[in-house]
Design a protein around this ligand. Structure first.
Ligand SMILES: [Zn+2]
Length: 243
């Protein structure tokens, strides 16, 4: 194991960064994971990605102006060092480019740029196909908004509602389950929207891609992911711990 990697592995730190109103650690940011054939299979956090790099199970895939380049942890560290110097130089000369969204992981003596995409060099696994129909994905599809009153709620105050009640043969499908606040759910009871005179703000449909992934793709930080997930219809599952 290279000495630099060992140092890094033993001394990972990340400075908190401001992301809107929310402060979180660089180590908790998301990294897209590709299999050996550059197919997106998973999403992990920076901490996990660095651990995979450190164990030489993965390499960084860096996308710049539409070109891909692969880096071992050691090479990525060198590139990061060079970029840190360039950034320092630009800051000193007042021409730092605010549009470059980079996040930095600090290790003893140097900084490592947080990877956005890594590739598992020994993995031929293909992504799970199909979108999982679960609570989290329904809430994400509906943007945590009650589909009757149109208000947004914290997850703890949301429930799933059968549009056509189970007692009337309504099934648990993307087309018949919506996000509803507790008050609306209780008010609607075992009735159809027509009977309850409660209109849906939007007709529920099966999403074309993972609603959680769609949220990530809207964030400029994960711009480079589009190179791997736009042309694929693969539905990447986001793991629970990823922010
Ligand atoms: Zn409601």
């Amino acid at each position: 194991m290279p000495a630099a990697a060992a140092t890094l592995g033993n001394s990972l730190h990340a400075s908190p960064l401001r992301d809107g109103a929310r402060t979180h650690s660089v180590l908790e940011l998301s990294v897209l994971v590709l299999n050996r054939s550059f197919v997106a299979v998973h999403v992990v956090n920076v901490r996990r990605a660095i651990s995979l790099l450190f164990r030489q199970l993965a390499e960084v895939v860096h996308v710049e102006q539409g070109q891909y380049a692969s880096y071992s942890l050691e090479n990525w560290r060198e590139l990061s060092q060079l970029q840190a110097e360039l950034r320092a130089h630009e800051l000193a000369h007042g021409k730092a480019d605010d549009h470059v969204l980079q996040d930095w992981v600090r290790a003893i003596g140097y900084e490592l740029q947080a990877p956005r995409v890594i590739r598992l060099t020994n993995c031929d696994r293909m992504p799970r196909q199909g979108l999982r129909f679960n609570r989290r994905n329904v809430f994400a599809r509906d943007g945590n908004r009650c589909q009757y009153c149109g208000e947004r709620f914290p997850l703890s105050e949301l429930s799933l509602d059968h549009v056509v009640p189970r007692s009337r043969g309504g099934t648990a499908t993307w087309e018949n389950i919506v996000c509803a606040c507790v008050a609306c759910n209780v008010r609607k009871g075992g009735r159809t929207p027509q009977e309850a005179r409660m209109d849906l703000i939007r007709q529920p449909v099966r999403p074309k891609r993972s609603p959680l992934l769609a949220l990530k793709l809207g964030n400029p930080r994960y711009e480079s992911w589009k190179n791997f997930v736009d042309r694929a219809y693969w539905l990447v599952d986001l793991s629970e711990q990823v922010s």
